[in-house]
Design a protein around this ligand. Structure first.
Ligand code: CMP
Length: 134
């Protein structure tokens, strides 16, 4: 009954030295790391990752941002791993939605640079894990 989810520490999180903080919170929750790699993000991978946002006005910014530096990509496993990581991450808007105690609630200010990504469904997780880890 364990699930897997794809987690990214985005370029803002890597540049700010928050990879350890993210991993620490994942591990303290009881989730397990099953893959971890620091990666330069190719434009084509970024565009596929964010394909569902292709028509949004912020798509260009989103691609610029995620390709602006290295990301830490990981596969995280455990019971209800998808929802559990989204709880750890907090809501997308770090001020209006993320609660204190979450990564975004504690450590981020802007929706565009919100430290982490986590898959939002089992279908997304499967697609994203294939995309990032082959
Ligand atoms: P993420 O969960 O990685 O997936 C979609 C991303 O789009 C989201 O995180 C935000 O970082 C980004 N995003 C959503 N809304 C906006 C916005 N209005 N402006 C810039 N980026 C956004």
């Amino acid at each position: 009954s364990d699930e897997r989810t794809l987690v990214l520490v985005k370029p803002d999180g890597v540049q700010r030295g928050l990879v350890g903080e993210v991993i620490s919170r994942i591990e303290r929750k009881g989730l397990r790391l099953v893959a971890l790699e620091l990666k330069d993000v190719e434009r084509s991978v970024a565009e596929q990752h964010y394909a569902e946002h292709a028509e949004r006005p912020f798509f260009g910014e989103l691609i610029e941002f995620i390709t602006s530096g290295k990301v830490a990509a990981m596969v995280v496993e455990g019971p209800r791993a998808i929802a559990a990581f989204r709880q750890i991450a907090g809501g997308t808007d770090p001020v209006e939605k993320a609660t204190p105690g979450s990564l975004r609630g504690d450590l981020a200010l802007e929706t565009g640079s919100n430290i982490v990504h986590g898959s939002d469904s089992p279908e997304s997780a499967e697609r994203e894990i294939k995309l990032w880890f082959g």
